[in-house]
Design a protein around this ligand. Structure first.
Ligand code: BV8
Ligand code: ZN
Length: 251
């Protein structure tokens, strides 16, 4: 298919379909772009979330300690937005792969929970989940679907101040998350990189690790990214349209 603005041809789609059907193990790295068709703005780019504010202003511990109300309001605003969104065909296509390929891991940078909602089970949320809160004092993490907070939330266990349960810039990833992601990326036959600008580390380094470990790397994005150079094939276009095409019933 070679419609306007798309550079994936039937041939490249067939090639990716073939690689997926032969693969004994498949790993996937997703970013905000996979949730864009569900109505959730991405982080960067013209209509990005960060457009009206820079990551440094909100997604850091310093920003939170300086103004917890502002940072909580930003996360509650995003929780409200996400609560009205549902998974799209790209999320469901990845669930289909997980069901059909025994050795599978979905590694997501997204905190929106849409992969879980779509039914993904074998998954690592590298940057946490927006519908959790964590105590600054004792570290207790709880599921938290609140969309409003009159007062700043306090930990039920120790009374300490709670923060959104996501990974901020300058913070280390959840215990073991990067280890399982790296183990999967370095052992897989096919590594899919979907809807990420490839600028946030160490997540983006997983595609480089996969390639250097011999995986066939496929990138799905509207634009070229720093990861395009490690991709064997780049399918340019909307993941919600492309993924169902390559995951067809041939797996
Ligand atoms: C850390 C949670 C150890 C919060 C987020 C090297 C090594 C280690 C660290 C660093 C390093 N270099 C720099 C660092 C520091 C920093 C970093 O990476 N900075 C960047 C900006 C340069 N990394 C860290 O701080 C990490 N911590 O490494 O700890 C450490 C500690 C101290 C000092 C050193 C090391 C923690 C990073 C985690 C930050 N938290 N999110 C929240 O969500 O509020 S990151 C945030 O960006 C989201 O998780 C998001 O997913 C992620 C990445 O963005 P993308 O998902 O790629 O989204 P983006 O909008 O950028 O792009 C969307 C893409 O989709 C576009 O390309 C678009 O074209 C495409 N698209 C759009 N629609 C579609 C589509 N594609 C297909 N179909 C569509 N329909
Ligand atoms: Zn506590």
């Amino acid at each position: 298919m070679d419609c306007q603005g798309k550079t994936h041809t039937l041939k490249t789609l067939e090639q990716v379909r073939g690689k997926l059907s032969e693969a004994r193990s498949i790993s996937v790295l997703t970013g905000a772009g996979i949730s864009k068709p569900s109505g959730i703005p991405t982080f960067r780019g013209k209509d990005g979330l960060w457009r009206s504010c820079r990551a440094e202003d909100l997604a850091t511990m310093e920003a939170f300690l300086r103004n917890p109300r502002l940072v909580w309001d930003w996360y509650l605003y995003r929780r409200k937005l996400i609560s009205s969104c549902s998974p799209n065909p790209a999320h469901y296509a990845l669930v289909e792969i997980e069901i059909k390929v025994n050795d599978f891991l979905l590694i997501t940078q997204n905190v929106d929970g849409l992969h879980k909602m779509a039914g993904s089970k074998k998954m690592v949320e590298l940057h946490g989940n927006i519908f959790t809160s964590k105590c600054l004092n004792c570290g207790f993490v709880r599921e938290d679907f609140s969309l409003e907070y009159e007062e700043m939330p306090l930990c039920k266990k120790c009374g300490g101040m709670e923060r959104p349960g996501v990974v901020w810039f300058g913070e280390t990833l959840p215990e073991g998350a990067m280890e399982s992601a790296a183990a999967s990326a370095s052992a897989c036959d096919v590594f899919l990189v979907i809807g990420t600008s490839g600028v946030v580390q160490p997540a983006a380094s997983l595609a480089v690790l996969a390639r250097s470990s011999g995986a066939f790397v496929v990138e799905i994005n509207f634009e070229k990214t720093p990861l395009s150079e490690v991709a064997d094939i780049t399918l340019t276009g909307d993941a919600a349209e492309i993924l169902p095409l390559v995951v067809g019933d041939n797996l």
